[in-house]
Design a binder for this molecule. Structure first.
Ligand code: PMP
Length: 401
C-alpha cells in the first residue's frame, strides 16, 4: 500500500480482511473488467450467480441453498429473520465481543464498557450506539463465549423461547480466540435439543480459514451461515448459506429477502474469480499463507520474549492477534477488556506504521497470498523496532489517543 506521501507499507489490515489475494489481484481485476462491458445488473439471474452458488454449495458443509446480498450486516438480518420465521420465536442469543453488523438488534454488547456490562454470567444487553431501538436490543440476549456451563443453564431456562444462537465460530472481532474443545459441539447439541437455529457468522472466517470455513475446519455444521469479506477480494457481496428446510421459506416467498444490487455482475465476477482461484489451486494458497503466518507469529513471539515484553500472540496463521497482557491466553471478551492494555497496543500499531507496517489498531493481523517471505522479514524487523520504541517512550498511556 502506498500513501499520499509516497510511503510504502506492508498491509496486514487488508481492508478489514477481504483482500485474501492481496490488493488488486490480477485474476480478480481481469474478471471484473471482462464483465463490465457485458452489463451491470439484470434484476434476474445470470450464469455467474449460478457458478458462485454452485461453488458455495460444493465447498460449504451447511450450504444446501444460498442467497446473495451486498453486506455482512444485511445477510445476518435475513439469517435472523429466517430463524424467527422457522421457529415462531423471538429471542436471539449472541456473545460478548462478537460482532454481527451494525443494525439495531446486533450491535449489542460487542465491546460494552465494563461498568455497564453487568454480571459475567448474566450480562446486560448493551447497545453500541445512540438511536438503537430498545425493543430490538432487549430481544438480543448476551452471554460470555466459550463457557459451556453458562450456555447450558441459559438453554435450560430460555431455550424454548430462543429462535437463534449466533456466534463467530472463532472470535475475531475481539483479539483472536479459538473455540474451546467441545464448545461448538455443545452449542450444536443444545440447539438441536431445543429447536433453536444455529447460525455461524463466517464473515471473517469464511475462506480465510480454508475453503469450507470454520464449520469445515471444526467439523460442526450450523443450520445457517453468513459469508462475506474474503469471498470477493474487496467487492461488496455477502452470502447466506443454509439448510434447505430453512432456505425454502425464502424460495416460497413466506420470508422476504430483497435488494436491488444483489448479485450484480461486477461483484459476482469478483466472487467467481476469487473462489475459483482458491478452490482450483490445490490448497497451495492456504499452505503458503499458513506458512508465512506461522513464521510471523513465531517471529513476533521470539522478539517479544527476547526483550522480556508481555506481548501475547494468539489465533490462526491467516488471522491472528497480538495484545499486551500478562495472561498466557485470552478466552473471552471480559478477559480481553480487563487484562489487555489497548492504549499501549495502539501506540505499537502507530510505531509499526512509522516503520512501514500497516496493522489494525485492535490487534488483529490478516495474511494474504500476496505476502512474501521478504515481507515477513521486513515486518519482523519493524516489529522489533516498534516494540522497543514503545518501551522507550515515556509518555503516559492515553495521551496519544
Ligand atoms: N459479521 C462479522 C463477523 C464481521 O466481522 C462483520 C464486519 N466486520 C460483519 C458481520 C458485518 O459485515 P459488513 O461490514 O459487510 O456489513
Amino acid at each position: 500500500m502506498t500513501d499520499v506521501d509516497g510511503n510504502i507499507y506492508v498491509d496486514y489490515l487488508l481492508g478489514q480482511g477481504p483482500l485474501l489475494l492481496g490488493h488488486s489481484s490480477p485474476t480478480v481485476v481481469e474478471a471484473v473488467k471482462r464483465v463490465l462491458e457485458q452489463g451491470q445488473l439484470f434484476g434476474g439471474q445470470h450464469e455467474l450467480e449460478i457458478s458462485v452458488a454452485k461453488r458455495m454449495c460444493d465447498l460449504i458443509p451447511c450450504a444446501e441453498l444460498v442467497r446473495f446480498g451486498s453486506s455482512g450486516s444485511e445477510m445476518v438480518q435475513i439469517a435472523l429473520r429466517l430463524a424467527r420465521a422457522f421457529t415462531g420465536r423471538n429471542l436471539v442469543l449472541k456473545f460478548e465481543g462478537h460482532y454481527h453488523g451494525w443494525f439495531d438488534n446486533t450491535l449489542v454488547s460487542v465491546h460494552p464498557p465494563l461498568g455497564q456490562a453487568g454480571e459475567r454470567t448474566s450480562p446486560n444487553s448493551v447497545p453500541g450506539s445512540k438511536g438503537q431501538d430498545p425493543a430490538a436490543v432487549a430481544d438480543t440476549r448476551v452471554l460470555p463465549w466459550n463457557d459451556e456451563k453458562v450456555l447450558r443453564e441459559f438453554f435450560t431456562e430460555h431455550g424454548d423461547r430462543l429462535a437463534a444462537l449466533i456466534m463467530e465460530p472463532v472470535m475475531l472481532n475481539t483479539h483472536a480466540v479459538l473455540p474451546r474443545p467441545g464448545y461448538l459441539e455443545e452449542a450444536r447439541r443444545l440447539c438441536d435439543e431445543h429447536g433453536t437455529v444455529l447460525i455461524f457468522d463466517e464473515v471473517i472466517t469464511g475462506f480465510r480459514l480454508g475453503l469450507s470455513g470454520a464449520q469445515g475446519r471444526f467439523h460442526v455444521v450450523p443450520d445457517l451461515a453468513v459469508f462475506g469479506k474474503a469471498m470477493a477480494s474487496g467487492f461488496p457481496i455477502a452470502c447466506l448459506a443454509g439448510r434447505q428446510r430453512l432456505m425454502d421459506l425464502i424460495a416460497g416467498g413466506e420470508v422476504v429477502h430483497a435488494g436491488t444490487f444483489n448479485s450484480n455482475l461486477t461483484v459476482m465476477a469478483a466472487a467467481d474469480a476469487t473462489t475459483r482461484a482458491l478452490a482450483e489451486d490445490g490448497a497451495q494458497s492456504y499452505e503458503g499463507m499458513t506458512r508465512r503466518g506461522e513464521q510471523l507469529m513465531e517471529g513476533i513471539r521470539e522478539i517479544a520474549s527476547r526483550h522480556g515484553l508481555p506481548l501475547l500472540v494468539e489465533g490462526l496463521p491467516t488471522a491472528f492477534a497480538t495484545a499486551y497482557t500478562d495472561r498466557p491466553e485470552i478466552r473471552d471478551y471480559r478477559e480481553f477488556a480487563e487484562h489487555c492494555d489497548q492504549t499501549k497496543y495502539k501506540r505499537l500499531a502507530l510505531a509499526l506504521l512509522e516503520r512501514g507496517v500497516h496493522v489494525a489498531l485492535r490487534g488483529i493481523w490478516y495474511l494474504s497470498t500476496a505476502h512474501t517471505e521478504d515481507d515477513i522479514e521486513k515486518t519482523l524487523e519493524a516489529v522489533e523496532g516498534a516494540l522497543l520504541a514503545v518501551e522507550s517512550d515515556r509518555e503516559p498511556a492515553g495521551e496519544r489517543g
